[in-house]
Design a protein around this ligand. Structure first.
Ligand code: SF4
Ligand code: SF4
Ligand code: SF4
Length: 873
């Protein structure tokens, strides 16, 4: 194919440089910026390159740009790149050895006399495309005229090598002296054979043209970028440039960050902004998993926060402060508290990518097991001491599920039989060509009250019909929840039932907020991801056959664990390896410091709240009291009543039993509301103001500042200061972080009401009771597990009607009564301090008064003491 004559193309500066100022590209236009930019990069070759481009025919003025476009090649237009200088400076900036080596490697590669192919290796987000552009720009323009970029994620192997019918990119470009850049080329290569053919091309510049049916030589310069080092592409025939990660160049971060910041500032038309020393320290000590891309996002956000701050406090200097930097990086700054198990244990990676985790398990193991359990429940003996399935249900599964939450989060939902049935019928409907609807937007609104109502009904059913001792009714309970999953799966795509309506899922979501394990992604990596395979699944890459997130969530968007069932589908689907499987401190979603303040680790509470979910928490607390109705009735003077043992059809007794059950279910929530209101009223009273003058004044001052109420501030300060006379102290880092977190909550679709709204405060504080509700529930159910769980073998003999004499020699384990009480007491005591510290932290975050804080502390004591009384006689 012959090159056509060079044509003249006129472009505006914004066309060419994608929003970058002309004088940024050609510093000579303004002497001072030239010095700054040259200094930032620390390399003369930038200027050399500028001259070279000028020599090659490109001229430039501030209003428009005229370039002499060397050649256009048919079939390659869509790959042409003109954003020559976009983003070039930051990646090269710095004076560290690594940045010098990078610049030297680029220069060497550009001027390589043999024009060997270049492999650029570096983590995601390192602007490797800019490096490839420089290799091309600094090279000999007579050899490489123009740069065409081919994306490995959106192009295919045949697109490059062609077919018998159509020429490929290589066929079009082979006889020219252009440059071809393959971005993330490893994504193109699906088989070893394709990898070998591509390697052969890079090393020898020869390839077999399907279109021409012969081997051809490619004269174009070949440049390829790759995220991970690959030994297959190390060879003497190839030049390799390693782009160092940002965390490996902390000495350069000031230059790189300044370069990026000034770019943002200019684009937004702001005056010069600099970093405070603390902010720069923050940036330097952060590990930047998303590299330059993440730095760009963080600085954008920091400038945005700074602009907001300036509009509220115009007296602050034009400096990005540590608070802006911390807030902007706050999602990540607990990294050192998180331990990514996938990167530490290679075998775990293989396990999590196995089809048995959990797709095949859900398909082949769970449904038959579930059917067997249902059959035994229906057809076997109906009492728990004779039915092994009933024993497994109420003494293994239920306590086991409760115990699993703090460690494994919602992993029960990943192997749940209810949804195994739902997914089976959904797959069947799809295979028959049936269509599934999109989730209605109202599901988010109506799901939580539905789950609350259904859970309350189930708890009443359990108590009034004594479900744990009734095989067929227990089976119907399972069928009831399964039918919800099946109906939801037949009507809508994915798992709408699990995300919004399932009562068990709602409880799992609550407890999972405390879990030690989580799946999250590197936001810096995800911010540049357009594929979103973690949500939609990865149908293209056969090595990554993972389906999309069943909850239509994404590890990138998770605020807490509530919307993740730990199915690992995103781990399998994501091409960039962004999802992490982290070990973390329990309760970190509620923010640090939680138990002990750790200086420098202020993290906003980042958990989604919903009033119905908070109400469900206290319903679960009430469910523990319901199990002690006889004792409670006796305590209130109704000891001989037959209410507790009444059955359906017992007339008034049954009605009373229902009423007492309902009241006990609502009792903890009512107490919480009452205690909160009482504390609030006391805080406003003169008695508390006299008893705790300093604390009350502190609360009032902070509240006035938050509302920017000058008169309230003056009154709280005792008339000695006003907002106008003395500029108010700026909000603390923690307050800033809380506000940012609350704003995020709003984005996530959860509660977004004002932080000074009493109802919203109560909902947040309610979540502080989470450890106690969990430990009290465990304390009750663990007694069943310890007393009956070990008798499964003799009960299995009864279930299947085997020889009764076998019961005498089959082993069983039953815990001593004192051991059971010891364990129960241990759980109750264990939950108390956790709940106390967590609620006090949330109270502090919301600046609640001393009486309100004390009311919550007393309520927790009451819960612990009353349940101790119920369980430990
Ligand atoms: S949310 Fe409910 S139906 Fe869905 S997986 Fe969890 S327990 Fe099963
Ligand atoms: S986790 Fe999802 S959003 Fe993030 S990089 Fe992977 S596919 Fe993209
Ligand atoms: S975020 Fe990942 S692990 Fe969690 S539910 Fe979605 S796909 Fe599964």
């Amino acid at each position: 194919m012959r090159n056509r004559r060079p044509s003249i193309l006129t472009l505006t500066a914004s066309d060419l440089f994608d929003g970058i100022e002309p004088n940024e590209v050609f510093p000579a236009a303004k002497p001072k910026p030239k010095q700054v930019e040259a200094d930032l990069c620390g390399i003369d070759e930038m200027l050399d390159s500028t001259k070279r481009i000028r020599k090659s025919g490109m001229t430039f003025s501030s209003s428009s740009t005229t370039i002499r476009e060397p050649v256009r090649v048919a079939g390659l237009d869509k790959y042409m790149t003109l954003t020559t200088w976009h983003g070039c400076f930051p990646v090269f900036a710095g004076r560290s050895k690594r940045s010098k080596k990078l610049r030297m490697d680029v220069r060497k590669a550009a001027s390589d006399p043999k024009a060997r192919s270049v492999i650029i290796v570096g983590e995601s987000g390192l602007e490797k495309d800019s490096v490839s552009t420089f290799v091309h720009e600094l090279g000999d323009k007579q050899k490489a005229h123009h740069l065409y970029r081919i994306s490995g994620t959106s192009s295919t192997f045949t697109e490059i090598f062609g077919t018998a019918e159509y020429p490929g990119v290589l066929d079009n470009v082979a006889e020219t002296r252009h440059a071809l850049s393959f971005a993330n080329f490893d994504k193109l290569l699906k088989t070893e054979e394709e990898a070998r053919e591509f390697l052969h091309l890079l090393e020898t510049k020869k390839y077999f043209s399907r279109f021409h049916g012969e081997e051809r030589v490619c004269h174009a310069r070949l440049i390829a970028t790759i995220d991970q080092d690959d030994d297959r592409f190390k060879s003497n025939e190839l030049l390799q440039i390693a782009v160092p990660s940002l965390r490996g160049r902390s000495a350069d971060i000031d230059m790189i960050a300044n370069a990026k910041l000034q770019r943002i500032v200019r684009r937004r038309g702001l005056p010069h902004i600099s970093f405070s020393p603390e902010a720069m320290h923050r940036l330097k000590t952060y590990s930047w998993p998303g590299n330059l891309r993440e730095l760009g996002s963080v600085l954008e956000r920091a400038v945005y926060l700074f602009e907001n701050d300036r509009s509220e406090h115009p007296y602050i200097p034009w400096k990005i402060t540590a608070e802006h930097a911390i807030t902007s990086t706050s999602h990540y700054n607990t990294e050192f508290l998180r331990y990514n198990l996938l990167s530490k244990f290679q075998s775990l990676q293989a396990i999590t990518r196995s089809p048995w985790v959990f797709d095949d398990f859900m398909k082949y193991v769970v449904p038959p097991s579930f059917a067997l359990v249902l059959a035994i429940l229906w057809l076997g003996p109906q009492t728990r001491d004779e039915n092994a399935a009933l024993t497994v249900f109420w003494t293994w599964w239920w306590p086991g599920a409760l115990l699993s939450y703090p460690l494994f989060s919602r992993v029960w939902c990943a192997v749940c039989p209810f949804m195994a049935c739902g997914e089976l019928v959904q797959a069947a409907k799809k295979s028959l060509g049936g269509k599934l609807g999109e989730w209605p937007s109202s599901a988010k609104k109506w799901g939580p009250p539905f789950a609350y109502g259904l859970f309350a009904a189930i708890l009443m059913w359990e108590e009034l019909w004594n479900l744990p001792d009734n095989g067929s009714l227990s089976a119907w309970l399972l069928v009831l929840i399964t039918s919800g999953a099946v109906v939801g799966s037949l009507s809508f795509e994915k798992r709408i039932w699990c995300r919004h309506f399932c009562p068990i899922g709602a409880m799992n979501g609550l407890y999972s907020k405390m879990a030690l394990l989580e799946i999250r992604s590197w936001k810096g990596v995800c911010s540049g991801c357009t594929a979103q395979n973690c949500i939609q699944g990865n149908p293209v890459d056969n090595n990554l056959p993972g389906a999309g997130c069943p909850l239509d969530s994404s590890p990138n968007k998770l605020a807490d664990n509530a919307d993740c069932v730990m199915c690992f589908r995103c781990v399998k689907s994501c091409e960039k390896g962004s999802p992490e499987f982290n070990l973390r401190p329990p309760g970190i979603d509620f923010g640090i410091p939680f138990l002990l303040p750790i200086p420098g680790t202020e993290v906003p509470a980042k958990y989604k709240t919903n009033p119905w979910q908070a109400a469900l928490l206290f319903l679960l607390q009430g469910a523990v009291y319901v199990h002690f109705i006889p004792l409670i009735l006796s305590d209130v003077g109704l000891g001989d009543s037959s209410i507790a043992s009444s059955q359906f059809g017992d007339g008034l007794d049954f009605a009373m039993h229902s009423l007492v059950t309902l009241l006990l279910l609502l009792f903890p929530g009512a107490l919480l509301f009452g205690a909160d209101q009482l504390g609030r009223k006391l805080d406003a009273s003169e008695v508390v103001k006299r008893l705790f003058p300093a604390q009350v004044q502190d609360v009032m001052l902070t509240d006035a500042l938050r509302r920017n109420d000058v008169d309230a501030f003056a009154m709280a300060a005792g008339g000695t200061a006003t907002l106008r006379q003395a500029p108010p102290p700026r909000p603390s880092v923690q307050e800033t972080l809380m506000e940012a977190a609350r704003a995020q909550e709003g984005e996530d679709g959860s509660s977004s009401s004002s932080s000074s709204d009493p109802f919203n405060q109560l909902v947040h504080v309610a979540y502080g009771y989470l450890p106690m509700v969990w430990t009290c529930n465990i304390a009750f159910w663990i007694s069943r597990a310890l007393e009956e769980g070990g008798t499964i073998l003799p009960r299995a003999v009864s279930t299947f009607g085997l020889n009764p004499s076998m019961q005498d020699w089959l082993p069983y384990v039953v815990a001593d009564e004192h051991v059971v009480e010891f364990v129960q007491g241990g759980f109750i005591l264990f939950g108390l301090p956790f709940t106390y510290f967590l609620t006090q932290k949330i109270c502090r975050d919301f600046n609640l008064g001393p009486a309100q804080r004390s009311a919550h502390a007393l309520l927790q004591l009451f819960f612990a003491a009353s349940l101790w009384h119920c369980m430990i006689h």
